[in-house]
Design a protein around this ligand. Structure first.
Ligand SMILES: [Zn+2]
Length: 427
């Protein structure tokens, strides 16, 4: 057993429905075998457990580990390809990297960089877009297993309109996906996600096979892209006989509580209703939306319809692994919508990158906040002395203001330590 002592901030009560940020200064959190078994003032927890070792985290902020609901492992070497809209960006920057994943040793190198990048940014759980090659997906799960990250991922499948070397067939996609799921789903902290790239690059036959795989792997998730860019949406509509983007997945039984769909920058009300009724989640990726000029995310409309929303970094169209930066950019995107923007407080931002992500990924019973009964997935943010963030926090009136300043100025360099399941990862 270990007692962690520090200032803990988390959002067990949803700020979008009236909950407040939970702030416990000089608290004690008692962890046994990775699970939080007691929480209170440090003095009380210490008195009840006088013999247990104490890890002193005072002088910083302890937050839950972040949950990234949309990030592409093959694309980290493509970050920073600026100046193009989605479809041109894919051709020039993303798909060449995706094709290099055919080389298993190249993929293993990228997988190691990717997992390190996530953990260093304070991300402890992620829904990861895998690669088009099964060996590369094996490399990702191998790398995540070594670090202990909670990774949900799978084989990315497409059978048209990308580069020919990235195309599969429905029967090959079925066989390779199930073989990967058998090797990795439920092994350690890994889970499988059925992952068609987007309906633009998938025939109905392939999407039907995606449904078959999803049904054969209990506990698997479904993830893909949705309504990201206007040219993309028009092309999808033409390919599918004028039907809306959500329906291209829904008519194959791919839209329900297991579904996490990235972007949805340009939804119709009919689509929002369908997503809400199905209980599907949307991964909002604000730096990607800005970098590719995709548009401003209509958060208020999602909330009004009752669609679940969390945040994703969308590396490599996104600009890095830090969900602090995604939180700040989500805030900017709402501020820029004069009429319809939803003002976001620091509590909203923390919720979006922790509890909302855990909910989207079906991990709410395990992670997302630091309540008794949850796993100790946590991070210590403690900026270097004299840095702008340290100065700013020193002059904050209260911990909520300190959290707002952390979203504004914080980077992975300020993440001093990360724990997953109580184990220290990175200092
Ligand atoms: Zn993406």
């Amino acid at each position: 057993m270990t007692i962690f002592r520090g200032t803990f901030l988390d959002t067990p009560d949803n700020p979008f429905t009236g909950g407040d940020l939970r702030v416990d200064t000089d608290a004690g959190v008692l962890v046994t075998d990775g699970t939080i078994v007691a929480r209170g003032t440090f003095a009380d927890v210490r008195r009840a457990h006088p013999a247990e070792p104490v890890v002193d985290l005072t002088g910083g902020l302890v937050l839950p580990g972040f949950v990234d609901t949309h990030v592409h492992f093959p694309q980290i070497r493509a970050v920073g390809g600026l100046g193009l809209p989605l479809l041109e960006w894919l051709d020039k920057y993303a798909l060449p990297e995706e094709a290099r994943m055919a080389d298993a040793s190249y993929a293993a190198g990228v997988a190691a960089e990717f997992v390190r990048g996530l953990a260093a940014a304070g991300t402890t759980s992620a829904l990861v877009f895998g690669a088009h090659y099964a060996d590369a997906v094996d490399a990702l799960f191998t790398a995540s297993s070594e670090v202990g990250l909670r990774v949900t991922s799978g084989l990315v499948v497409s059978d048209r309109l990308l580069r020919p070397e990235l195309h599969t067939t429905p029967s090959r996609a079925y066989d390779e996906s199930l073989a990967l799921a058998r090797r990795w789903h439920g092994v350690g902290r890994n889970r499988y996600a059925v992952t068609p790239r987007f309906s633009l690059s998938c025939t109905d036959e392939l999407l039907a096979v995606c449904h078959d795989v999803l049904e054969e792997v209990p506990g698997a998730l479904f993830t893909s892209h949705l309504n990201e860019n206007e040219a993309e949406i028009a092309a999808v509509s033409e390919l599918f006989g004028g039907c809306d983007y959500v329906t291209t997945y829904d008519r194959h039984g791919l839209v329900d509580r297991r579904s996490v769909l990235a972007h949805n920058v340009h939804p119709t009300d009919v689509e929002l209703k369908l997503l809400a009724n199905a209980g599907a989640s949307v991964a909002h990726c604000p730096t990607s939306n800005a970098a590719l000029g995709s548009g401003l995310f209509p958060l208020t409309r999602h909330l009004q319809h009752g669609v679940r929303v969390a945040l994703g970094s969308d590396v490599g169209a996104g600009t890095g692994f830090s969900l602090l930066k995604e939180g700040l950019q989500a805030y900017f995107a709402q501020q820029l919508q004069a009429e319809d923007g939803h003002p976001l407080s620091a509590a909203h931002l923390l919720h979006l990158v922790t509890t909302a992500g855990a909910d989207a990924l079906g991990l709410s019973s395990e992670v997302g906040d630091l309540s008794v009964g949850k796993r100790f997935d946590a991070q210590l943010l403690r900026p270097a002395e004299g840095s702008p963030l340290a100065v700013s926090i020193a002059h904050a009136d209260d911990p909520e203001e300190a959290l707002a300043r952390t979203f504004t100025l914080g980077t992975p360099a300020d993440v001093r330590a990360v724990w997953i399941n109580g184990d220290l990862l990175h200092t």
